[in-house]
Design a protein around this ligand. Structure first.
Ligand SMILES: [Fe+2]
Ligand SMILES: [Fe+2]
Length: 294
């Protein structure tokens, strides 16, 4: 089993220091195989926001955690339209070290394989995209993985219509081709953010949901100004047949376990089956209603 701490939308710039300190405490007391951060590290992509984010990431590494980071739509300049259009990732690349050098990072060792994809597309595409080149990268990289490696894909934007509070967000561009590729390469878990809403779904329950993955959204960890739900992040323990997702949420004083989702399956191509605490039925109903299939 592998432990992945899944954060997203930390939004340095509207962060609250006591929440940052509380996650640092949690990270000091918790072991992981990876801390996976699914974008929107900053609020306005300002230099000082990236410096604060970089400082937090350095502390995570100093506590012995391995990191993977991908950018989100808030990590490109929002006020400087020329910069946003001409070189949207320049500030991220300048401050994010190895994550700025490789916007589609890959890690494959010790029984798990994870590919991060940059789904941000400047001004033009609002809901994110996975390009044909990134789909080919997905095929190439997971082609290198061993059969029993846990296979994880991480991107900022949700690939499907997924809950954003009481609403549903829009899916990424190139959705059908990207989803089909996740099925072809046997992805087990898809981690995303952007909606500031923690939730867990099976692809089989989602419209246009090929494959047999679990789709896991992280909330936002550091800001009570984002009103959709209280701050949270995900503590995931998984192999290819067993997955426990604990949603670690802020209760006003501490980060505590708010919900737990537990799924099992008999083999790599079987659909995950919930054992307890799942909200999948409600979500599937919302998604189908939005597609006019209810
Ligand atoms: Fe965000
Ligand atoms: Fe976002």
């Amino acid at each position: 089993m592998h432990t992945i701490l899944h954060f997203s939308d930390v939004h340095f710039g509207i962060h609250e220091e006591h929440l940052v300190a509380a996650t640092e405490q949690y990270l000091a007391e918790t072991e992981s195989d990876l801390v996976a951060i699914a974008g929107d590290l900053t609020q306005w992509a300002k230099e000082e926001e990236f410096e604060a984010a970089r400082n937090w990431l350095d502390k995570i590494e100093q506590r012995g955690h391995r990191l993977m980071v991908v950018p989100g739509n808030h990590d490109v300049p929002s006020f400087n339209l020329v910069k946003r259009f001409m070189s949207p990732n320049a500030t991220y690349e300048k401050h994010m070290g190895e994550w700025g050098e490789e916007l589609n990072p890959w890690l494959n060792e010790e029984g798990f394989a994870i590919l991060g994809l940059n789904s941000m597309r400047g001004l033009v595409i609002k809901n994110g995209e996975i390009s044909d080149e990134q789909i080919q990268l997905m095929r190439d990289k997971f082609g290198e993985a061993q059969d029993d490696d846990l296979r994880i894909l991480m991107l900022h934007h949700p690939m499907w219509k997924l809950p954003r509070g009481e609403e549903l967000s829009d899916p990424i561009q190139n959705q059908v081709a990207a989803v089909s590729a996740t099925d072809d390469v046997g992805i087990d878990l898809i981690l995303s953010g952007h909606n500031h809403t923690s939730s867990v779904h099976r692809t089989v329950d989602l419209p246009k949901g090929d494959g047999s993955a679990l789709v896991i959204q992280a909330g936002t960890a550091f800001s009570t100004r984002i009103k959709i739900e209280p701050p949270s992040f995900n503590h995931i323990t998984a192999d290819r047949h067993n997955c426990v997702i604990k949603v670690i949420g802020w209760d006003g004083d501490n980060y505590v376990e708010r919900r737990q989702h537990h799924y099992v399956r008999e083999h790599d191509e079987a659909h995950w089956q919930p054992t307890k605490g799942n909200t999948m039925g409600l979500v599937a109903e919302m998604a189908r209603a939005a597609e006019g299939k209810a």
